[in-house]
Ligand binder design. Structure first.
Ligand SMILES: Cc1ncc(COP(=O)(O)O)c(C=O)c1O
Length: 375
């Protein structure tokens, strides 16, 4: 069994993907081919933002946003403690201080309460200027934007939505990747919408920022690539990846998002008596980048993972360590807030295999193994 079965997806989409790839090979426009701009228009249309700027990966997408806002030394950037390293790495790479914030016990997303405490702490200490909140749409569910936006407004902070895992999620009719002043996503193969290599995108409604993002991603270009008006980076999405993504976006919209939600619902119905299943807020919709259950203790979690492995069922721990405990952040000039929920989650969380092409019999194997383990 695969954790996320990309081969099966390829078998289903093979004809269209092969055609799209051959078209690029035939034209030879490997960089900035027409598929890139077409894809950007399709993505902006789906997400409902004015601009979409594709780039080389989700990490660069975050960096490009921080460059656009000129975030750097002396700035505080608030980041959930329970996320992938890139969310905290990118502000630190710019010279800003990532201030780690605890998450909600039920959704695993950034806690508005902990965020406000962290902001007040930074203001009280007076060494850093609070600038940006990086919200992460963890495992596919949008963060609580109604609550976070109020705090951002109150303290005049910008929201950078890290939607690397949140593409396809929504609150009501509003799509994930449209909630930030700038929002980003990743097309890493295992993401809800993945390509066949690295890829990413930035979304915004702001014309001025969009122009800067387009410049920064190609060496700070002005009129053209050889007229350089900013110090930028080289971060383009390849034409081949854009062509593949056009096919995959269609499948994502037509069936994949619906099918992965059905699989998640099946898990939740069957497992809720045995383990803590993911909690989705009223009116929120997840794209299920991960389906993560909570066990009662670390011993129980590790025991279940070993049992699953013994039966050929892959599972993953996202994340084994709070960001604030990563070696790279030790010795950094950190602002301390209580992060005990993240600490507990790291010991108890376990992600199960899930994807739109998961067969009923595969899912039943996972469900039965968990039931047997808990009985
Ligand atoms: C929350 C989050 N942010 C950022 C990234 C970085 O994306 P990429 O791997 O495309 O650079 C990831 C990827 O795993 C992620 O999960």
């Amino acid at each position: 069994m695969q954790f996320r079965d990309l081969q099966k997806q390829y078998q289903v989409l093979k004809t269209n993907i092969d055609d799209a790839v051959h078209q690029v090979l035939a034209t030879g426009n490997f960089i900035s081919g027409s598929q890139v701009t077409e894809l950007e228009m399709q993505l902006a249309d789906y997400i409902g933002t004015k601009h979409c700027i594709t780039c080389a990966n989700g990490t660069d997408a975050l960096s490009l946003a921080l460059m656009t806002w000129n975030i750097g030394k002396g700035d505080a950037v608030f980041v959930p403690d329970f996320t992938f390293f890139a969310s905290g790495e990118t502000p630190a790479y710019r010279g800003a201080v990532p201030v780690f914030v605890d998450v909600e016990e039920d959704t695993f997303n950034i806690s508005a309460e902990s965020l406000e405490q962290a902001i007040l702490q930074v203001k009280k200490e007076g060494r850093l200027v609070p600038r940006v909140i990086i919200t992460v749409d963890l495992f596919g569910q949008p963060a609580d934007y109604p609550a976070i936006s109020k705090i951002a407004e109150k303290y005049h902070l910008l929201i950078l939505e890290d939607g690397a895992q949140g593409f396809g999620g929504r609150i009501g009719e509003r799509m994930g990747c449209s909630f930030g002043d700038i929002s980003t996503t990743s097309f890493f193969p295992a993401k809800p919408l993945g390509c066949y290599g690295d890829g990413g995108a930035v979304f915004t409604d702001n014309d001025e920022w969009a122009a800067l993002l387009r410049s920064y991603r190609i060496h700070g270009k002005g009129m053209d690539k050889y007229d350089n008006v900013h110090i930028g980076i080289n971060s383009r999405l390849d034409t081949l990846q854009a062509a593949i993504l056009q096919v995959k976006l269609k499948a994502f919209r037509e069936s994949e998002l619906r099918d992965v939600n059905q699989a998640a619902e099946r898990y939740s119905c069957q497992l809720s008596e045995y383990v803590r299943v993911p909690f989705i807020k009223e009116g929120f919709y997840s794209s299920w980048a991960q389906y993560s259950i909570l066990l009662d203790s670390e011993e129980e979690r590790d025991g279940l993972q070993a049992d699953l492995k013994g039966k050929g069922i892959p599972s993953m721990i996202y994340y084994p360590k709070p960001m604030s405990r990563q070696t790279a952040f030790q010795g950094m000039d950190c602002v301390k807030v209580d992060l005990s929920i993240t600490e507990r989650l790291c010991r108890r969380v376990l992600a199960l295999p899930i994807h739109p092409y998961m067969e009923l019999k595969e899912q039943n194997m996972v469900i039965n193994c968990i039931k047997e383990f808990k009985l």
